[in-house]
Design a protein around this ligand. Structure first.
Ligand SMILES: [Zn+2]
Length: 188
């Protein structure tokens, strides 16, 4: 089986917040982003009737499969990841070194064992350039990684291939009462 292409992930900007899962599911169903659960007991939801109005795919070359294929190949679907007790780090092959919140210097080697980072959002990471220490979630991961306790994952999406519309981000924000963001994560 080929490697997973990646995920477009949406989550609250504050990684410690836990949105109400049932309210979120109801809102996403009502707006037409998701339809029913996937067949054959697979985790996740089929895309709903307004999916392509709420998530914009770039490029005319994209061949989008919206239903499960007979051969088990990738098709677009939606998952809710979590809820997790603590914010979970999601990143992977596409993640670039995060930038220091004080001086913007990149933290090279962030993925290596040398840093001793256990992937918790709160663990302080020290900046090699200015010496500032800030919790991992305060570093600027851009759209290459993120943290959250309940995350909306749209799969399979190559990083940058699709973006949520302002209407979708607004819906999520209104449903949970706090602002949302998005990023991309490919498997490591
Ligand atoms: Zn710094």
């Amino acid at each position: 089986m080929p490697a997973h292409t990646g995920r477009l992930i949406l989550t609250e900007q504050d990684p410690f917040r836990l949105p109400d899962e049932a309210a979120l599911r109801t809102a996403l169903d009502a707006v037409g982003l998701i339809a029913g659960p996937l067949p054959d007991g697979e985790a996740g939801y089929a895309t709903g009737p307004r999916f392509l109005e709420l998530v914009v795919f770039a490029g005319c070359a994209v061949r989008l499969e919206l239903s499960p294929r007979g051969d088990g190949g990738p098709f677009c679907h939606v998952r809710l990841l979590g809820p997790y007790t603590l914010p979970r780090f999601l990143g992977g092959r596409n993640t670039r070194p995060p930038r220091c919140p004080s001086c913007r210097a990149p933290l090279k080697g962030w993925a290596g064992a040398a840093l001793g980072w256990d992937r918790s959002a709160e663990q302080p990471l020290a900046c090699p350039a200015c010496g500032a220490r800030a919790s991992a979630f305060r570093w600027d991961w851009k759209e290459g990684a993120g943290f959250g306790r309940l995350l909306l994952s749209i799969e399979e999406v190559f990083p940058g291939e699709a973006v949520p519309t302002p209407a979708l981000l607004d819906l999520l924000t209104r449903t949970s009462g706090r602002p949302w963001r998005y990023f991309y994560a490919q498997d490591p």
